[in-house]
Design a protein around this ligand. Structure first.
Ligand code: ADP
Ligand code: MG
Length: 391
C-alpha cells in the first residue's frame, strides 16, 4: 500500500508538485476530449481545499524540444473553466521564472508548468533535472497513472528529492487493479483479446496463474487455432508464437477459446461473410470477430464471475461489421457489474471500445492507462508507483 494525499496532515501553504496526465487529444489547438483533465480534479480540489499551493506538471505529445503547438496554454484555459478559478501558466518547468511564479502563489492557487517533454532531460530521467524540478516544491504527488510505466524525471526521478505520495486517481488505479490481482473474489475471469499474442504474452502468463478462466478473443486466437492443428485461411497468425500457444494450451484447462468465428474478406469489408467453427475457416477468408455462440459462452462464464479483467477487443470493433463480439462481451461485463461483480477494463483500444459502446460508466473501473495498465496486469513494477512511499 502506498501513501496517498490523505496521509499528508499539514498541507497549508505547502508547495505541492503534482504529476498529472494532461496528454489530451488536440485538434487545431483545441482540446477534443478533456477526460484526462477531469480525472485529475479530485486530487487538485483536495489539495486546494487544504490550502496547498498546487503546481501541476504534465507532458503533451512527443515534442523534440520546444514546440509551439504543444504548449500547455489550452489546458490551463480548460482547467480554469473546470475549477472556476484562474490557473496560471508559466513558459518553463524549472528555474527562476518558475520559482518567481511559485513564490507569488497564494494558498489554494494552481499553477501549470510548461510541457515537461520540451526538456530532453525528462525522458532521460536526468537526476540534475529532477532535482531542479524538486527545488520549487515541498511534496511530490504522482497522479499520472498513464505514464507510471515510464521512469522519467517528473514521474519517478523527482521522488528522490521530495516526500512522494499517490494522488486519488493513481490510488484508485493501483488499489482496484491491485486487489483484483492479489485478492480477487472468485470466480475470477480474465478476457484477453487484441491483435497479437506477442503483445499479450506477459499478461496471459501472469493472469493464467491467478484466474479461474482465461477467455481468449481477437486476432490472437488464430495462432492458438494453428497450435490446435486447424488451418486459419488468411487470418492473422504469428508463426513464431505457435509453439508458445501449444505450451499454454497444454498448461491446464483454464484457457477458453471461441467456438465460432466471423469471417470476411478484409478488415475494411462492409459486410461479414458468416460464421464458421474454427475447424472450417475457408482458405481465402480472414477471421475478424468472435461469433454469437462464443459470445454466449463468454456471457455464461461472466454470469457467475465475481471479478473480471478485460483487456483487448474480441474483433475488429472499429468496423461495425465486426463489432458484435466486442459489443456482446461489453454488455455481459455491464450485467456482471450490475450483479455486484468487480469489472475492470484496461488497455487503450479496449477502453476506446467500451466508450464507443457507451458502457464505460457501467464498469467498476476503466483504467486511464493504456501501456501502464498492461504492464500492471503483467505483474511488472511501475517506476512511477515504486518511487512512492509505503504506508
Ligand atoms: P488494447 O489496446 O486494448 O490492449 P490491442 O492493441 O492489443 O488492444 O488490440 C486492439 C486491436 O486488435 C484493434 O485495433 C482490433 O481491430 C484488433 N483486432 C481484434 N481482432 C482482430 C482480428 N481478428 N484480426 C485482426 N485484428 C484484430
Ligand atoms: Mg492498443
Amino acid at each position: 500500500m502506498k501513501k496517498t494525499i490523505k496521509d499528508l496532515s499539514d498541507l497549508k501553504g505547502k508547495r505541492v508538485l503534482v504529476r498529472v496526465d494532461f496528454n489530451v487529444p488536440l485538434k487545431e489547438g483545441r482540446i477534443t476530449d478533456d477526460t484526462r483533465i477531469r480525472a485529475a480534479l479530485p486530487t487538485i480540489e483536495h489539495l486546494r481545499q487544504k490550502g496547498a499551493r498546487v503546481i501541476l506538471v504534465s507532458h503533451l505529445g512527443r515534442p523534440k524540444g520546444v514546440t509551439e503547438n504543444l504548449r500547455l496554454d489550452p489546458i490551463a484555459k480548460r482547467l480554469s473553466e473546470l475549477l472556476k478559478n484562474e490557473v496560471k501558466k508559466v513558459e518553463d518547468s524549472v528555474g527562476a521564472s518558475v520559482k518567481a511564479a511559485v513564490d507569488s502563489m497564494k494558498e489554494g492557487e494552481v499553477l501549470l508548468l510548461e510541457n515537461i517533454r520540451f526538456y530532453p532531460e525528462e525522458e532521460k530521467n536526468d537526476p540534475e533535472f529532477a532535482k531542479k524540478l524538486a527545488e520549487n516544491a515541498d511534496i511530490f504527488v504522482n497522479d499520472a497513472f498513464g505514464t507510471a510505466h515510464r521512469a522519467h524525471a517528473s514521474t519517478a526521478g523527482v521522488a528522490k528529492f521530495l516526500p512522494a505520495v499517490a494522488g486519488f486517481l493513481m490510488q484508485k488505479e493501483i488499489e482496484t487493479m491491485g486487489k483484483a490481482l492479489e485478492k480477487p473474489e472468485r470466480p475470477f475471469v480474465a478476457i484477453i483479446g487484441g491483435a497479437k499474442v506477442s503483445s499479450k504474452i506477459g499478461v496471459i502468463e501472469n493472469l493464467l496463474e491467478k484466474v479461474d478462466y482465461l477467455v481468449l478473443g481477437g486476432g490472437m486466437i488464430f495462432t492458438f487455432y494453428r497450435a490446435q492443428g486447424y488451418s486459419t485461411g488468411k487470418s492473422l497468425v504469428e508463426e513464431d508464437k505457435i509453439e508458445l500457444a501449444k505450451k499454454l494450451l497444454a498448461s491446464g484447462d483454464k484457457l477458453v477459446l471461441p467456438v465460432d468465428v466471423v469471417i470476411g474478406d478484409s478488415i475494411e469489408a462492409d459486410h461479414a461473410d458468416g460464421m464458421v467453427p474454427p475447424a472450417n475457416i475457408p482458405s481465402d477468408k480472414i477471421g475478424l470477430d468472435i461469433g454469437p455462440k462464443s459470445a454466449a459462452q463468454i456471457a455464461e462464464i461472466l454470469s457467475k464471475a465475481k471479478t473480471v479483467i478485460w483487456n483487448g477487443p474480441m474483433g475488429v470493433f472499429e468496423n461495425p461489421a465486426f463489432a458484435a463480439g466486442t459489443e456482446e462481451v461489453a454488455k455481459a461485463l455491464a450485467a456482471a457489474t450490475a450483479r455486484g461483480a468487480v469489472t475492470i477494463v484496461g488497455g487503450g483500444d479496449s477502453v476506446a471500445a467500451v466508450e464507443k459502446m457507451k458502457v464505460a460508466d457501467k464498469m467498476t473501473h476503466v483504467s486511464t492507462g493504456g501501456g501502464a495498465s498492461l504492464e500492471f496486469l503483467e505483474g511488472l513494477e511501475l517506476p512511477g508507483v515504486a518511487c512512492l512511499e509505503d504506508k
